[in-house]
Design a protein around this ligand. Structure first.
Ligand SMILES: [Zn+2]
Length: 371
């Protein structure tokens, strides 16, 4: 399906693709009008380029490197699986061997029996569609058994003696439910999810993790983490390379916008549509709800901004720019409260986030500044 607002010329004639000069242009790559085929090639090439670290070495048959791919059933991780499946197929066709193998992990965040059943059925569909890989599904409550987590540092509420002996899924629900704010709930869920993935990866001798996060998602994360005063964890949370957990983190879709990946997943053949679960767009999240988190607001903000200002989204990923934007927001907030108690409420963030676009536009001057 074509992105609205592109390609047909004002006189109704078709526009020819700027890349192949053959097909009709139906898509946009930033401002370039291209055909669907060239668009898909662009997305695929961007992702594969990021897999250079795991390229084939030498001509002898060596053991393929094992990489964990967290699969959420969303358009980004599904597109990544589709792209890498094609990449591996290409290697087998040419050389009868592959540089790496995929260990696909779905973490079930729902504790309801019915929800678990339907995600199991969906995972079966993935296995049928991409049979070359190994798949496992694991419940998020398994994270409660991790010894590698410093539970004290997470400031989790203590469970009553009665609750402490309940099944893991119930304990997880209790624990999450008793967190003081929606932001702290999102935080703890993300922490448990990532630590569980790391644990599964290490137990299964995976050398690295391939996250399906887009430029848009990484920009969101950069600003959110900086705002929460955790910019120190950004190097491994948004860039490729070693993490402190003894396993490499990689983001092969880091040069692609979320909307480009959504379009890509709708163009893939055979279709990926019966595999993907589309979350309700974060643009629909009620801004007045006290259940809205900083993460929701950032997601909502970046989804709206990537339509018109893709370069801004890419710029925020630079940590120095994120720090600049956040410190400017904080300074302004201090000044405006004029001695009153500083309030960082969730909807305050929404109002402030509209300013981010201007601050980021200002920020490129920083590239020559010291420090
Ligand atoms: Zn073309």
């Amino acid at each position: 399906m074509a992105d609205p607002g592109i390609p047909v010329a004002s006189n109704g004639t078709h526009i020819i693709c700027k890349r192949c000069n053959v097909e009709t242009a139906t898509q946009l790559i930033r401002s370039e009008k291209v055909c669907s085929k060239c668009f898909c090639q662009y997305v695929t090439t961007k992702a594969i380029k990021r897999m250079e670290t795991y390229r084939m070495r030498g001509s002898h048959k060596v053991v393929a490197r094992k990489l964990l791919l967290p699969l959420s059933f969303g358009p980004c991780s599904t597109s990544l699986l589709h792209i890498l499946d094609g990449h591996l197929q290409g290697q087998f066709d040419r050389m009868n061997r592959a540089a790496y193998e995929l260990f696909v992990v779905h973490v079930d965040q729902y504790v309801d029996e019915k929800d678990r059943k339907s995600s199991e059925t969906l995972l079966e569909k993935y296995k049928t569609r991409f049979p070359r890989h190994t798949y496992i599904s694991i419940g998020l409550e398994e994270a409660l058994n991790l010894e590698s987590i410093d539970w004290k540092s997470l400031n989790l509420p203590n469970l009553s003696e009665e609750d402490a002996v309940k099944p893991a899924t119930e304990r997880l629900q209790k624990m999450i439910g008793s967190m003081p704010s929606p932001t702290s709930r999102t935080d703890i869920l993300t922490t448990l999810l990532n630590r569980l993935l790391v644990d599964v990866g290490k137990k299964n001798e995976c050398e690295g993790m391939l996250f399906g996060e887009s430029t848009t998602r990484l920009a969101e994360k950069t600003l959110t983490e900086t705002a929460k005063g955790r910019g120190f964890s950004l190097p491994w949370q948004v860039s490729d390379g070693n993490s402190p957990y003894g396993i490499a983190f990689n983001y092969p879709l880091r040069d692609l916008l979320k909307k480009e990946l959504v379009t890509f997943s709708s163009l893939a053949t055979p279709s990926l549509e019966d595999l993907i679960i589309l979350q309700e767009s974060s643009a629909n999240i009620s801004t007045s709800s006290k259940d809205t988190t900083i993460d929701d607001l950032m997601a909502q903000y970046f989804e709206s901004v990537e339509k018109d200002y893709p370069s801004i989204v890419a710029n925020v990923m630079k940590q120095r720019i994120a720090v600049y934007v956040v410190s400017r927001l904080k300074r302004e907030q201090m000044a405006s409260t004029d001695g009153e108690e500083t309030k960082t409420r969730y909807h305050g963030w929404q109002e402030q986030s509209t300013k981010i676009v201007f601050y980021v536009m200002d920020a490129p001057d920083l590239s020559t500044a010291e420090g």
